[in-house]
Design a protein around this ligand. Structure first.
Ligand SMILES: Cc1cc2nc3c(=O)[nH]c(=O)nc-3n(C[C@H](O)[C@H](O)[C@H](O)COP(=O)(O)OP(=O)(O)OC[C@H]3O[C@@H](n4cnc5c(N)ncnc54)[C@H](O)[C@@H]3O)c2cc1C
Length: 442
Protein backbone atom coordinates (compact mmCIF):
# COMPACT_ATOMS: atom_id res chain seq x y z
CA UNK A 1 0.00 0.00 0.00
CA UNK A 2 1.43 3.38 -1.03
CA UNK A 3 0.77 6.49 0.99
CA UNK A 4 -0.83 8.02 -2.11
CA UNK A 5 -3.62 5.43 -2.51
CA UNK A 6 -6.19 7.89 -1.27
CA UNK A 7 -9.26 7.03 -3.38
CA UNK A 8 -10.83 4.32 -5.48
CA UNK A 9 -10.14 6.48 -8.54
CA UNK A 10 -6.40 6.18 -7.90
CA UNK A 11 -6.83 2.39 -7.78
CA UNK A 12 -8.40 2.40 -11.26
CA UNK A 13 -5.29 3.76 -12.98
CA UNK A 14 -4.13 1.35 -15.67
CA UNK A 15 -0.71 0.57 -14.19
CA UNK A 16 1.35 1.07 -11.05
CA UNK A 17 2.79 4.55 -10.55
CA UNK A 18 6.53 5.08 -10.50
CA UNK A 19 7.00 8.58 -9.11
CA UNK A 20 9.22 10.97 -11.06
CA UNK A 21 12.56 11.76 -9.41
CA UNK A 22 12.97 14.67 -6.99
CA UNK A 23 15.36 17.53 -7.75
CA UNK A 24 18.90 17.09 -6.45
CA UNK A 25 21.31 19.90 -5.64
CA UNK A 26 20.57 23.38 -6.92
CA UNK A 27 18.65 23.85 -10.17
CA UNK A 28 17.63 27.10 -11.82
CA UNK A 29 14.41 27.46 -13.72
CA UNK A 30 12.11 30.12 -15.18
CA UNK A 31 8.89 29.07 -13.45
CA UNK A 32 8.42 26.80 -10.44
CA UNK A 33 4.93 25.44 -9.89
CA UNK A 34 4.21 23.91 -6.48
CA UNK A 35 1.43 21.30 -6.43
CA UNK A 36 0.59 18.57 -8.92
CA UNK A 37 -3.21 18.77 -8.95
CA UNK A 38 -5.33 20.08 -11.82
CA UNK A 39 -4.31 23.69 -11.12
CA UNK A 40 -0.56 23.10 -11.13
CA UNK A 41 -0.60 20.64 -14.03
CA UNK A 42 -2.80 22.85 -16.17
CA UNK A 43 -0.62 25.89 -15.42
CA UNK A 44 2.55 23.97 -16.36
CA UNK A 45 0.96 22.66 -19.56
CA UNK A 46 -0.33 26.08 -20.66
CA UNK A 47 2.93 27.84 -19.86
CA UNK A 48 4.78 25.49 -22.21
CA UNK A 49 2.04 25.91 -24.84
CA UNK A 50 2.20 29.72 -24.66
CA UNK A 51 5.99 29.99 -24.46
CA UNK A 52 7.84 26.78 -25.34
CA UNK A 53 11.14 28.49 -24.51
CA UNK A 54 10.31 28.75 -20.82
CA UNK A 55 11.67 26.13 -18.46
CA UNK A 56 8.85 25.04 -16.17
CA UNK A 57 9.39 22.77 -13.17
CA UNK A 58 6.56 21.39 -11.09
CA UNK A 59 7.15 20.12 -7.55
CA UNK A 60 4.62 17.70 -6.05
CA UNK A 61 4.96 16.40 -2.49
CA UNK A 62 3.49 12.94 -3.22
CA UNK A 63 2.35 12.02 -6.75
CA UNK A 64 0.39 14.12 -9.22
CA UNK A 65 -3.28 13.59 -8.34
CA UNK A 66 -2.63 12.93 -4.66
CA UNK A 67 -4.74 15.85 -3.44
CA UNK A 68 -8.35 16.80 -4.13
CA UNK A 69 -7.77 16.30 -7.86
CA UNK A 70 -7.38 12.54 -7.45
CA UNK A 71 -10.22 12.09 -4.96
CA UNK A 72 -13.14 14.27 -6.00
CA UNK A 73 -16.61 13.42 -7.30
CA UNK A 74 -15.56 14.10 -10.88
CA UNK A 75 -18.38 16.55 -11.69
CA UNK A 76 -17.38 19.07 -14.34
CA UNK A 77 -19.85 21.81 -13.51
CA UNK A 78 -20.57 25.54 -13.78
CA UNK A 79 -21.00 26.49 -10.14
CA UNK A 80 -18.71 29.34 -9.00
CA UNK A 81 -18.40 29.62 -5.22
CA UNK A 82 -20.94 28.04 -2.90
CA UNK A 83 -24.25 29.17 -4.46
CA UNK A 84 -25.35 31.68 -7.06
CA UNK A 85 -27.20 33.60 -4.34
CA UNK A 86 -24.09 34.01 -2.15
CA UNK A 87 -21.92 35.01 -5.13
CA UNK A 88 -24.48 37.62 -6.16
CA UNK A 89 -24.82 38.91 -2.60
CA UNK A 90 -21.04 39.30 -2.34
CA UNK A 91 -20.17 40.62 -5.81
CA UNK A 92 -23.39 41.93 -7.37
CA UNK A 93 -25.27 40.83 -10.47
CA UNK A 94 -22.76 41.76 -13.18
CA UNK A 95 -19.85 39.92 -11.59
CA UNK A 96 -21.90 36.91 -10.59
CA UNK A 97 -23.12 36.70 -14.18
CA UNK A 98 -19.52 37.00 -15.45
CA UNK A 99 -18.46 34.26 -13.03
CA UNK A 100 -21.10 31.94 -14.46
CA UNK A 101 -19.87 32.70 -18.00
CA UNK A 102 -16.28 31.89 -16.92
CA UNK A 103 -17.49 28.59 -15.50
CA UNK A 104 -19.39 27.73 -18.68
CA UNK A 105 -16.18 28.40 -20.55
CA UNK A 106 -14.32 26.18 -18.05
CA UNK A 107 -16.68 23.22 -18.59
CA UNK A 108 -16.52 23.56 -22.38
CA UNK A 109 -12.76 24.04 -22.27
CA UNK A 110 -12.17 20.91 -20.21
CA UNK A 111 -14.37 18.87 -22.54
CA UNK A 112 -12.48 20.19 -25.59
CA UNK A 113 -9.11 19.50 -23.97
CA UNK A 114 -10.13 15.90 -23.27
CA UNK A 115 -11.31 15.43 -26.86
CA UNK A 116 -8.53 17.24 -28.69
CA UNK A 117 -5.67 15.84 -26.63
CA UNK A 118 -7.25 12.39 -26.57
CA UNK A 119 -7.06 12.16 -22.81
CA UNK A 120 -8.92 9.17 -21.50
CA UNK A 121 -10.52 10.07 -18.16
CA UNK A 122 -13.78 8.17 -18.82
CA UNK A 123 -15.50 11.49 -19.58
CA UNK A 124 -19.27 11.14 -19.96
CA UNK A 125 -21.21 14.14 -21.28
CA UNK A 126 -24.15 13.37 -19.04
CA UNK A 127 -25.15 16.83 -17.88
CA UNK A 128 -25.61 17.98 -14.29
CA UNK A 129 -28.80 17.89 -12.27
CA UNK A 130 -29.44 20.00 -9.19
CA UNK A 131 -32.50 18.67 -7.38
CA UNK A 132 -34.76 19.96 -4.64
CA UNK A 133 -35.75 17.24 -2.19
CA UNK A 134 -37.71 19.45 0.26
CA UNK A 135 -39.95 22.51 0.12
CA UNK A 136 -37.18 24.84 1.31
CA UNK A 137 -34.78 23.43 -1.29
CA UNK A 138 -37.47 24.02 -3.92
CA UNK A 139 -37.59 27.68 -2.88
CA UNK A 140 -33.81 27.87 -3.27
CA UNK A 141 -33.98 26.45 -6.77
CA UNK A 142 -36.78 28.82 -7.72
CA UNK A 143 -34.51 31.66 -6.64
CA UNK A 144 -31.76 30.31 -8.92
CA UNK A 145 -34.22 30.07 -11.81
CA UNK A 146 -35.17 33.72 -11.22
CA UNK A 147 -31.49 34.70 -11.34
CA UNK A 148 -31.01 32.67 -14.52
CA UNK A 149 -33.88 34.57 -16.09
CA UNK A 150 -32.53 37.91 -14.93
CA UNK A 151 -29.04 37.10 -16.20
CA UNK A 152 -30.51 35.69 -19.42
CA UNK A 153 -28.66 32.41 -19.01
CA UNK A 154 -29.15 29.77 -21.64
CA UNK A 155 -28.57 26.05 -21.54
CA UNK A 156 -30.58 25.35 -18.39
CA UNK A 157 -33.65 23.12 -18.35
CA UNK A 158 -36.37 23.08 -15.73
CA UNK A 159 -37.42 19.54 -14.87
CA UNK A 160 -40.69 19.07 -13.02
CA UNK A 161 -41.62 16.21 -10.75
CA UNK A 162 -43.08 14.09 -13.56
CA UNK A 163 -39.96 14.45 -15.70
CA UNK A 164 -37.74 13.63 -12.74
CA UNK A 165 -39.74 10.52 -11.91
CA UNK A 166 -39.50 9.41 -15.50
CA UNK A 167 -35.70 9.77 -15.46
CA UNK A 168 -35.06 8.57 -11.89
CA UNK A 169 -37.14 6.01 -10.06
CA UNK A 170 -37.24 7.90 -6.77
CA UNK A 171 -40.00 9.88 -5.03
CA UNK A 172 -37.51 12.25 -3.47
CA UNK A 173 -37.07 14.80 -6.26
CA UNK A 174 -39.52 17.72 -6.44
CA UNK A 175 -37.82 20.12 -8.89
CA UNK A 176 -34.70 19.94 -11.05
CA UNK A 177 -32.20 22.34 -12.65
CA UNK A 178 -30.53 20.48 -15.52
CA UNK A 179 -27.46 21.68 -17.43
CA UNK A 180 -26.68 19.46 -20.40
CA UNK A 181 -23.24 21.02 -21.09
CA UNK A 182 -21.74 19.47 -17.88
CA UNK A 183 -20.19 16.03 -17.50
CA UNK A 184 -18.55 13.50 -15.20
CA UNK A 185 -15.08 11.99 -15.32
CA UNK A 186 -12.62 9.83 -13.42
CA UNK A 187 -10.54 12.54 -11.70
CA UNK A 188 -7.42 10.45 -11.01
CA UNK A 189 -7.23 9.40 -14.67
CA UNK A 190 -7.66 13.06 -15.62
CA UNK A 191 -4.87 14.18 -13.25
CA UNK A 192 -2.46 11.56 -14.57
CA UNK A 193 -3.41 12.40 -18.16
CA UNK A 194 -2.72 16.09 -17.45
CA UNK A 195 0.68 15.12 -16.05
CA UNK A 196 1.51 13.23 -19.24
CA UNK A 197 0.25 16.14 -21.34
CA UNK A 198 2.35 18.72 -19.47
CA UNK A 199 5.39 16.49 -19.84
CA UNK A 200 4.72 16.02 -23.54
CA UNK A 201 4.87 19.81 -23.90
CA UNK A 202 8.22 19.81 -22.09
CA UNK A 203 7.38 20.64 -18.47
CA UNK A 204 9.67 18.94 -15.92
CA UNK A 205 7.73 17.26 -13.13
CA UNK A 206 9.22 16.20 -9.82
CA UNK A 207 7.19 13.94 -7.53
CA UNK A 208 7.82 12.98 -3.91
CA UNK A 209 9.28 16.47 -3.65
CA UNK A 210 7.64 18.33 -0.76
CA UNK A 211 8.52 22.00 -0.65
CA UNK A 212 9.66 22.74 2.88
CA UNK A 213 10.50 26.44 2.62
CA UNK A 214 10.34 29.36 0.22
CA UNK A 215 12.71 32.31 0.53
CA UNK A 216 13.70 35.27 -1.64
CA UNK A 217 17.31 35.39 -2.81
CA UNK A 218 19.36 38.57 -3.02
CA UNK A 219 18.62 38.69 -6.76
CA UNK A 220 14.84 38.49 -5.97
CA UNK A 221 14.67 34.93 -7.21
CA UNK A 222 12.50 32.46 -5.32
CA UNK A 223 14.58 29.86 -3.49
CA UNK A 224 12.42 26.77 -3.07
CA UNK A 225 13.71 24.12 -0.72
CA UNK A 226 12.95 20.41 -0.99
CA UNK A 227 14.53 17.66 1.16
CA UNK A 228 17.35 16.98 -1.32
CA UNK A 229 17.57 20.11 -3.38
CA UNK A 230 16.76 23.71 -4.06
CA UNK A 231 14.94 25.10 -7.09
CA UNK A 232 15.67 28.74 -7.90
CA UNK A 233 12.96 30.34 -10.01
CA UNK A 234 12.06 33.72 -11.52
CA UNK A 235 8.34 33.01 -11.20
CA UNK A 236 6.47 31.07 -8.56
CA UNK A 237 3.02 29.46 -8.75
CA UNK A 238 1.49 28.10 -5.54
CA UNK A 239 -1.07 25.56 -6.69
CA UNK A 240 -1.42 23.90 -3.30
CA UNK A 241 -5.15 24.49 -2.79
CA UNK A 242 -6.26 23.39 0.71
CA UNK A 243 -2.66 22.42 1.59
CA UNK A 244 -1.77 26.13 1.33
CA UNK A 245 -2.43 26.26 5.09
CA UNK A 246 1.11 24.92 5.52
CA UNK A 247 2.61 27.97 3.79
CA UNK A 248 2.85 31.04 6.07
CA UNK A 249 2.40 33.30 3.01
CA UNK A 250 -1.04 31.80 2.33
CA UNK A 251 -2.19 30.81 5.80
CA UNK A 252 -4.89 33.46 6.14
CA UNK A 253 -6.18 33.25 2.56
CA UNK A 254 -8.12 30.02 2.89
CA UNK A 255 -8.94 27.19 5.24
CA UNK A 256 -9.11 23.44 4.52
CA UNK A 257 -12.36 21.53 5.05
CA UNK A 258 -12.77 17.80 4.43
CA UNK A 259 -15.60 16.29 2.40
CA UNK A 260 -16.20 12.55 2.16
CA UNK A 261 -17.31 9.89 -0.30
CA UNK A 262 -18.56 6.28 -0.17
CA UNK A 263 -18.65 3.92 -3.14
CA UNK A 264 -20.88 0.92 -3.81
CA UNK A 265 -20.12 -2.30 -5.59
CA UNK A 266 -21.14 -2.27 -9.31
CA UNK A 267 -24.90 -2.37 -9.72
CA UNK A 268 -26.38 -5.34 -11.52
CA UNK A 269 -28.50 -4.84 -14.66
CA UNK A 270 -31.61 -5.49 -12.56
CA UNK A 271 -30.57 -2.87 -10.00
CA UNK A 272 -29.86 -0.36 -12.77
CA UNK A 273 -33.30 -0.96 -14.20
CA UNK A 274 -34.88 -0.55 -10.81
CA UNK A 275 -33.38 2.92 -10.24
CA UNK A 276 -33.76 4.34 -13.77
CA UNK A 277 -30.98 7.00 -14.04
CA UNK A 278 -30.74 6.30 -17.77
CA UNK A 279 -29.26 9.74 -18.49
CA UNK A 280 -26.44 9.09 -15.95
CA UNK A 281 -26.31 12.81 -14.98
CA UNK A 282 -24.32 13.76 -11.91
CA UNK A 283 -26.83 14.77 -9.20
CA UNK A 284 -26.59 17.22 -6.31
CA UNK A 285 -29.30 18.29 -3.88
CA UNK A 286 -29.82 21.85 -2.68
CA UNK A 287 -28.96 21.51 1.02
CA UNK A 288 -26.16 23.55 2.60
CA UNK A 289 -24.13 20.38 3.07
CA UNK A 290 -25.09 18.90 -0.26
CA UNK A 291 -25.21 15.26 -1.23
CA UNK A 292 -23.51 14.75 -4.59
CA UNK A 293 -23.76 11.44 -6.43
CA UNK A 294 -23.11 9.83 -9.77
CA UNK A 295 -22.44 6.57 -11.54
CA UNK A 296 -18.99 5.31 -12.49
CA UNK A 297 -18.17 3.69 -15.81
CA UNK A 298 -18.82 0.27 -14.27
CA UNK A 299 -22.08 1.45 -12.64
CA UNK A 300 -21.05 1.88 -9.04
CA UNK A 301 -22.65 4.74 -7.14
CA UNK A 302 -20.33 7.42 -5.80
CA UNK A 303 -22.16 9.14 -2.92
CA UNK A 304 -20.42 12.18 -1.43
CA UNK A 305 -21.03 15.16 0.82
CA UNK A 306 -23.12 15.46 3.95
CA UNK A 307 -21.37 17.02 6.92
CA UNK A 308 -17.81 18.31 6.56
CA UNK A 309 -14.81 17.85 8.86
CA UNK A 310 -12.84 20.88 10.05
CA UNK A 311 -9.15 20.88 10.83
CA UNK A 312 -7.16 22.57 13.54
CA UNK A 313 -3.96 24.38 12.57
CA UNK A 314 -2.11 22.67 9.77
CA UNK A 315 -3.46 19.16 10.43
CA UNK A 316 -4.44 17.72 7.04
CA UNK A 317 -5.04 14.19 8.20
CA UNK A 318 -8.85 14.22 8.42
CA UNK A 319 -9.65 11.99 5.40
CA UNK A 320 -11.83 9.56 7.32
CA UNK A 321 -15.01 10.26 9.29
CA UNK A 322 -17.03 7.24 10.39
CA UNK A 323 -20.19 9.23 11.18
CA UNK A 324 -20.26 10.93 7.78
CA UNK A 325 -19.56 7.65 5.98
CA UNK A 326 -22.52 6.02 7.75
CA UNK A 327 -24.75 8.98 6.88
CA UNK A 328 -23.76 8.74 3.19
CA UNK A 329 -24.38 4.99 3.12
CA UNK A 330 -27.86 5.56 4.52
CA UNK A 331 -28.53 8.31 2.02
CA UNK A 332 -28.06 5.88 -0.89
CA UNK A 333 -31.10 3.92 0.26
CA UNK A 334 -33.03 7.07 1.15
CA UNK A 335 -32.83 8.03 -2.52
CA UNK A 336 -33.12 4.48 -3.80
CA UNK A 337 -34.82 2.09 -1.33
CA UNK A 338 -34.54 -0.42 -4.21
CA UNK A 339 -30.83 -0.73 -3.35
CA UNK A 340 -31.27 -1.90 0.24
CA UNK A 341 -28.40 -4.23 1.13
CA UNK A 342 -26.00 -2.89 -1.50
CA UNK A 343 -22.37 -3.39 -0.49
CA UNK A 344 -20.03 -0.46 0.14
CA UNK A 345 -16.53 -1.19 -1.15
CA UNK A 346 -14.64 2.07 -0.57
CA UNK A 347 -14.69 5.17 1.62
CA UNK A 348 -12.41 8.17 1.41
CA UNK A 349 -12.22 11.91 1.91
CA UNK A 350 -10.23 14.91 0.81
CA UNK A 351 -9.64 18.58 1.53
CA UNK A 352 -11.29 21.48 -0.25
CA UNK A 353 -10.13 25.06 0.05
CA UNK A 354 -12.50 27.66 1.52
CA UNK A 355 -12.08 31.43 1.51
CA UNK A 356 -14.05 33.57 3.98
CA UNK A 357 -16.54 34.59 1.27
CA UNK A 358 -16.72 31.09 -0.26
CA UNK A 359 -15.45 32.36 -3.63
CA UNK A 360 -12.26 31.47 -5.52
CA UNK A 361 -9.29 33.76 -6.00
CA UNK A 362 -6.27 33.87 -8.27
CA UNK A 363 -3.95 36.14 -6.36
CA UNK A 364 -0.45 37.57 -6.12
CA UNK A 365 1.80 37.36 -3.08
CA UNK A 366 1.85 40.97 -1.89
CA UNK A 367 2.84 43.43 -4.60
CA UNK A 368 4.98 40.87 -6.41
CA UNK A 369 3.19 39.83 -9.60
CA UNK A 370 5.86 37.14 -10.18
CA UNK A 371 4.34 35.04 -7.38
CA UNK A 372 0.84 33.70 -8.02
CA UNK A 373 -1.53 31.48 -6.12
CA UNK A 374 -4.97 29.97 -6.66
CA UNK A 375 -7.23 28.92 -3.80
CA UNK A 376 -10.89 28.73 -2.82
CA UNK A 377 -12.47 26.60 -5.55
CA UNK A 378 -14.27 24.74 -2.71
CA UNK A 379 -16.01 21.60 -4.03
CA UNK A 380 -16.43 23.09 -7.50
CA UNK A 381 -12.94 23.11 -8.92
CA UNK A 382 -12.77 20.30 -11.48
CA UNK A 383 -13.54 22.46 -14.51
CA UNK A 384 -12.40 25.76 -13.02
CA UNK A 385 -8.88 24.64 -12.10
CA UNK A 386 -8.22 23.61 -15.71
CA UNK A 387 -9.20 27.04 -17.00
CA UNK A 388 -7.43 28.78 -14.11
CA UNK A 389 -4.24 27.08 -15.30
CA UNK A 390 -4.61 28.86 -18.63
CA UNK A 391 -5.41 32.15 -16.89
CA UNK A 392 -2.33 31.91 -14.66
CA UNK A 393 -0.10 31.00 -17.61
CA UNK A 394 -1.44 34.04 -19.46
CA UNK A 395 -0.69 36.25 -16.45
CA UNK A 396 2.90 34.99 -16.26
CA UNK A 397 3.38 35.43 -20.01
CA UNK A 398 2.12 39.02 -19.75
CA UNK A 399 -0.99 38.43 -21.86
CA UNK A 400 -4.17 40.41 -21.28
CA UNK A 401 -7.27 38.34 -21.99
CA UNK A 402 -10.90 38.24 -20.88
CA UNK A 403 -9.75 35.67 -18.31
CA UNK A 404 -6.91 37.70 -16.80
CA UNK A 405 -9.33 40.62 -16.45
CA UNK A 406 -11.85 38.64 -14.40
CA UNK A 407 -12.83 40.30 -11.11
CA UNK A 408 -11.53 37.43 -8.98
CA UNK A 409 -7.99 37.78 -10.37
CA UNK A 410 -5.96 39.80 -7.89
CA UNK A 411 -8.97 40.45 -5.63
CA UNK A 412 -8.40 41.03 -1.94
CA UNK A 413 -9.74 38.24 0.26
CA UNK A 414 -10.93 38.87 3.79
CA UNK A 415 -8.37 36.93 5.88
CA UNK A 416 -9.23 33.99 8.13
CA UNK A 417 -8.21 34.77 11.72
CA UNK A 418 -5.35 32.81 13.32
CA UNK A 419 -5.95 29.73 15.50
CA UNK A 420 -7.73 29.10 17.79
CA UNK A 421 -10.24 31.70 16.52
CA UNK A 422 -10.25 30.19 13.01
CA UNK A 423 -11.35 26.83 14.39
CA UNK A 424 -14.07 28.44 16.52
CA UNK A 425 -15.37 30.55 13.62
CA UNK A 426 -15.35 27.46 11.36
CA UNK A 427 -17.40 25.54 13.94
CA UNK A 428 -19.89 28.39 14.29
CA UNK A 429 -20.49 28.57 10.53
CA UNK A 430 -20.71 24.80 10.23
CA UNK A 431 -23.10 24.61 13.20
CA UNK A 432 -25.39 27.21 11.66
CA UNK A 433 -25.40 25.48 8.28
CA UNK A 434 -26.10 22.10 9.90
CA UNK A 435 -28.98 23.52 11.87
CA UNK A 436 -30.51 25.03 8.74
CA UNK A 437 -30.17 21.67 6.99
CA UNK A 438 -31.83 19.86 9.89
CA UNK A 439 -34.71 22.32 10.24
CA UNK A 440 -35.22 23.46 6.69
CA UNK A 441 -33.34 21.73 3.95
CA UNK A 442 -33.47 18.20 5.49
C1 LIG B 1 -13.96 14.56 -1.87
C2 LIG B 1 -13.98 15.71 -2.84
C3 LIG B 1 -14.99 15.78 -3.78
C4 LIG B 1 -15.01 16.83 -4.71
N1 LIG B 1 -15.90 16.80 -5.74
C5 LIG B 1 -15.83 17.72 -6.72
C6 LIG B 1 -16.65 17.61 -7.87
O1 LIG B 1 -17.37 16.64 -8.07
N2 LIG B 1 -16.61 18.62 -8.78
C7 LIG B 1 -15.80 19.70 -8.63
O2 LIG B 1 -15.83 20.60 -9.47
N3 LIG B 1 -14.95 19.78 -7.58
C8 LIG B 1 -14.92 18.83 -6.64
N4 LIG B 1 -14.05 18.88 -5.61
C9 LIG B 1 -13.07 19.98 -5.57
C10 LIG B 1 -11.91 19.73 -6.55
O3 LIG B 1 -11.43 18.44 -6.38
C11 LIG B 1 -10.80 20.76 -6.31
O4 LIG B 1 -11.33 22.07 -6.41
C12 LIG B 1 -9.64 20.64 -7.28
O5 LIG B 1 -9.25 19.31 -7.48
C13 LIG B 1 -8.47 21.43 -6.75
O6 LIG B 1 -7.35 21.19 -7.56
P1 LIG B 1 -5.94 21.80 -7.16
O7 LIG B 1 -4.96 21.38 -8.16
O8 LIG B 1 -6.09 23.26 -6.92
O9 LIG B 1 -5.63 21.18 -5.73
P2 LIG B 1 -5.16 19.69 -5.32
O10 LIG B 1 -5.65 18.68 -6.26
O11 LIG B 1 -5.50 19.52 -3.89
O12 LIG B 1 -3.60 19.76 -5.52
C14 LIG B 1 -2.72 20.37 -4.62
C15 LIG B 1 -1.44 19.55 -4.66
O13 LIG B 1 -0.42 20.23 -3.95
C16 LIG B 1 0.41 19.23 -3.37
N5 LIG B 1 1.17 19.86 -2.28
C17 LIG B 1 0.68 20.30 -1.11
N6 LIG B 1 1.68 20.79 -0.35
C18 LIG B 1 2.82 20.67 -1.07
C19 LIG B 1 4.19 20.98 -0.82
N7 LIG B 1 4.59 21.53 0.34
N8 LIG B 1 5.10 20.72 -1.78
C20 LIG B 1 4.72 20.17 -2.95
N9 LIG B 1 3.43 19.82 -3.23
C21 LIG B 1 2.50 20.08 -2.31
C22 LIG B 1 -0.59 18.19 -2.89
O14 LIG B 1 0.03 16.93 -2.68
C23 LIG B 1 -1.60 18.18 -4.02
O15 LIG B 1 -1.33 17.17 -4.98
C24 LIG B 1 -14.02 17.87 -4.65
C25 LIG B 1 -13.02 17.80 -3.67
C26 LIG B 1 -12.99 16.74 -2.78
C27 LIG B 1 -11.89 16.67 -1.76
Amino acid sequence: MNDWNKSWWLETLPGPITPNPAPEGTVKTDVAVIGGGFTGLSTAYHLKKLDPGLEVRLLESHICGYGASGRNGGFSMTLFGLTKGITRFRFGDARARAAHAYMEQAVDYLYRLVQEQQLDPDYEATGYLLVATSKAQEKRLEHDFKLAEKWQLEGIERWDRARLQQEFHTDLYRLGWFEPRCGILNPAKQARAMKALAEREGAIIHEQSPVTRIRRGADRRFLIKTPEGEVQADYLVLATNAYSIAFPELRSKQTPVFTHIVLTEPLTDAQMQAIGWQNRAGVEDARNFIHYYRLTRDNRIVMGGGDVTLTYGTNLDRDLNERTFRHLEQHITEVYPQLRGIRITHRWGGPVSITTDMAPVIGFLGEDRRALFSVGCIGHGVSMTHLNGLTMAELICGKKTERTEMFFVGRKVIPWPPEPIRFAVGHLIRGYMRLEDRLLYK
